[in-house]
Design a protein around this ligand. Structure first.
Ligand code: DHB
Length: 388
């Protein structure tokens, strides 16, 4: 590094380190949310933004006598943008908490800023296991791919599926999904014939689906990030894989409630595992879905619930810390136990990661619409990625 860059880095660090002092003197507490509101992951941003608006409408804008201000910034799911916006929110806006993070690379790019400025960062969407280890100030309200992948692997083993092929997006959460699915099915006597990957940006499913057809597995296991499921399903049907006797199994990211209603009958019967379904039959979820749809005019998906629960973690944390940020807020986030629209939730105080039920679901048609209908669950599942 040149001397100039050293000086600049030192100045940035000093500004980040000074941020908590400035927060304490204000009567407004600001929460800085960074989401992909445009670009490829825009549905994630739209869902979480809708859930935050609902949370604030239901819970008000006052905590411990202070005014709450939520600032939402669009990073277009470009990690360099996420980092730059996080730095601005901490240094200029003096936010007490950062939140959002539509994809894993955004969360990873922001982790050092959370650490240096001691600002709690609530990850509402990104789901690679290792994210919570990237900073002691990260708390997660979404889920982890090892949780989802182990859930469906267990189901496959118990339901006569022997030979599988895996297909995942070629980055962090995809690597987790591939590894934890493959490790679990092989441990239980199953087989993975081939491991296929497609790029995060602008994937083309045609060549990999041809490989799947040639390999003739009993089932294809798929993880793709939220927003890609409908395009994948269309290709799966167009290439006749559904008719070729290859069963489709997936994490619930693929049968995403945001797109499920429009996926068509190819999705019918797809068994998948995830932490949230808009069809979860609890009173709290029925109210959540009704209120969300009344306000936003679309069905909430698992991203919305990550946003809603993330706001709960921040609000209850701020109530306990009397509006202070930093270590006090972080401490008040750890160990929270509550009922989410997804079901019971715990923020593990040791790992700062989420513990929740992992449901096994099947896509079914009810009143003319497709839903993920839960029929089994692994209760209170910790992240298998942290049990090394
Ligand atoms: C991630 C993004 C998604 O849209 C998703 O469904 C799961 C994980 C991620 O980047 O971590």
């Amino acid at each position: 590094m040149t001397i100039r860059r050293h000086l600049l880095a030192a100045a940035a660090l000093a500004l980040l380190a000074a941020a908590p002092l400035a927060q304490a003197q204000s009567d407004t507490v600001k929460i800085g949310v960074i989401l992909p509101m445009t670009g490829q992951q825009a549905s994630t941003g739209r869902q979480i933004d809708g859930a935050i608006k609902l949370w604030v409408a239901q819970n008000g804008k006052k905590i411990a006598g202070k005014n709450v201000e939520v600032i939402v910034k669009d990073d277009q799911s470009l990690p360099d943008q996420t980092r730059r916006l996080a730095q601005e929110l901490v240094v200029n806006d003096k936010v007490v908490a950062l939140a959002g993070m539509g994809i894993t690379p955004s969360a990873m790019a922001t982790a050092p800023i959370a650490t240096q400025s001691k600002t709690p960062l609530v990850v509402m969407a990104a789901a690679t296991s290792s994210i919570t280890e990237a900073s002691p100030f990260i708390v997660r309200s979404s889920f982890t791919l090892p949780q989802a992948a182990v859930g469906i692997a267990e189901w496959a083993n118990k339901n006569g599926i022997k030979k599988t092929v895996t297909l995942v997006a070629d980055y962090g959460p995809g690597f987790d999904a591939e590894k934890y699915f493959a490790d679990r099915v092989t441990l239980n006597g199953g087989q993975v014939l081939e491991k296929l990957r497609t790029p995060l940006r602008a994937p083309d499913f045609a060549p990999v689906l041809q490989k799947v057809r040639d390999a003739k597995p009993d089932a294809l296991f798929v993880f793709l990030p939220s927003g890609q499921g409908a395009a994948f399903m269309k290709q799966f049907a167009e290439r006749g894989l559904d008719k070729a006797g290859i069963r489709l199994i997936a994490t619930g990211d693929v049968t995403d409630d945001d797109q499920l209603a429009d996926m068509g009958d190819v999705a019918l019967g797809v068994v998948n595992s995830h932490h949230y379904s808009a069809a979860h039959p609890s009173a709290l979820n029925k109210k959540f879905v009704a209120d969300f749809m009344a306000m936003n005019k679309f069905r909430p998906n698992f991203m919305a619930v990550g946003g809603y629960d993330g706001m709960r973690i921040i609000y209850k944390g701020l109530e306990a810390s009397k509006g202070a940020g930093g270590e006090a807020l972080l401490a008040a986030m750890k160990g929270q136990v509550f009922e989410s629209p997804r079901g019971p939730v715990l923020i593990d105080a040791q790992t700062r990661d989420i513990v929740h039920d992992m449901y096994i679901r099947k896509v079914e048609k009810k009143d003319g619409q497709l839903w993920n209908v839960e029929f089994d669950a692994i209760k209170a599942m910790k992240d298998p990625g942290k049990q090394k």
